[in-house]
Design a protein around this ligand. Structure first.
Ligand code: SAH
Length: 342
């Protein structure tokens, strides 16, 4: 299916660049990922990459237990379950099973733009309502929201330091080759003061799309009640670093080659997302490493109960991914403190 579409996106981008000049990295990443996710299920052994819920059912189950505990301590109100970028729907399916045992059977709302992945989700979650954006989510009940490896797929801007100052990083096209270049100069006042004197070649990333979604989400949680759990490959920024990366067939690829045929991600600036949340009046928990978070929720006991066949999966979630993946929770200021952050 993607074979026919592949030249179309690269050609479309090449033509746009030929006509209008080089485009911002954010525009390139948004177009590439929209095409990528719309045309395939990228997850699992036969795909391009794998994620925590696909590694083990323990991941979604522990998040279900986290949600049920929070809901119970909040007084068992009517709530809606929301997942942002649910992939195959595995996390929600695993979480729902555990929540049901605790008496929590919320309506399910999935924010997903990919028609291919919506179909995969429908196969695992029986009754769900799909949304293109957060705008159409219910407004009359508290929301329990989970976003695992969602923010890292959203477009980033890159600012690159040259000898004389900072520039927006753009993508140019020469023949059929896409390549990053320094574009127009940007005022130094938008660069955090501690980073302004960085060496030439340094890159700073920002994700206006992520900030906008977190602002929207926090405002809703403050108005409606509830909590959101965000888990991603992350750092506490702003910081110097080029984290734009491409993955194909479980190996790194050139992020500027074959737009729409490789998975493009960038590390998530958790500190900035947290600042956006607290500025809206929400409570912030974390950041904490995924390993410490899952341990606090009882992954060791769960793994012991399931036996030796899950030992390698536990190690992958807690040790391999334990520090690189970061967790924050954003919640209504009067809701109980979410578990897992002590
Ligand atoms: N959370 C899943 C999948 C991660 S992959 C897991 O952990 O396995 C990223 C997911 O976000 C995919 O479902 C992709 O289709 C979705 N996605 C990417 N960009 C999106 C956007 N702008 N709006 C909604 N969903 C998006």
């Amino acid at each position: 299916m993607s074979a026919a579409a592949e030249p179309a996106l690269a050609e479309r981008l090449a033509r746009a660049i030929a006509l209008g000049g080089p485009i911002p990295v954010s525009q390139f990443m948004a177009a590439a990922n929209a095409h990528y996710y719309a045309t395939r299920d990228p997850l699992g052994a036969g795909g391009d990459f794998t994620t925590a819920p696909e590694i083990s059912q323990m991941f979604g189950e522990l998040i279900g237990a986290w949600a049920a505990d929070l809901w119970d301590r909040a007084g068992r109100p009517a709530v809606a379950w929301v997942e942002l970028g649910p992939g195959r729907g595995t996390l929600t399916a695993d979480a729902l099973r555990v929540m049901a045992r605790a008496g929590l059977t919320p309506p399910v709302h999935l924010v997903e733009t990919s028609p291919t992945l919506r179909q995969a989700q429908a196969g695992r979650v029986a009754h769900a309502t799909w949304h293109d954006t957060l705008a159409t989510l219910p407004e009359d009940v508290p929301l329990i929201v989970v976003a695992n490896e969602f923010f890292d797929a959203l477009p980033i801007r890159q600012l690159v330091r040259a000898a004389g100052g900072w520039h927006e990083r753009l993508v140019a096209c020469q023949d059929t080759l896409f390549l990053p270049i320094a574009g127009a100069s940007i005022p130094e006042t938008i660069i955090p003061p501690t980073l302004r004197a960085a060496a030439p070649g340094s890159i700073i990333e920002t994700s206006p799309a992520s900030v906008a979604i977190m602002a929207d989400l926090s405002a809703r949680l403050v108005a409606q009640g509830g909590a959101a759990l965000v888990i991603d490959y992350g750092y506490d920024g702003p910081a110097i670093g080029d984290t734009l990366q491409a993955v194909r067939g479980h190996a790194y690829a050139n992020p500027f080659a074959e737009p729409g045929e490789v998975d493009l991600t960038a590390h998530v600036d958790m500190a900035t997302l947290g600042l956006v949340a607290t500025a809206s009046g929400a409570r912030l928990s974390g950041t904490i490493g995924q390993g410490a978070f899952l341990r606090a929720l009882g992954i060791d006991q769960r793994a012991a109960a399931l036996g030796p066949r899950v030992a390698a999966d536990r190690a992958r979630l807690v040790e391999e991914m334990g520090e690189l993946f970061r967790v924050i929770a954003v919640s209504h200021p009067h809701w109980p403190q979410p578990a897992g952050f002590a």
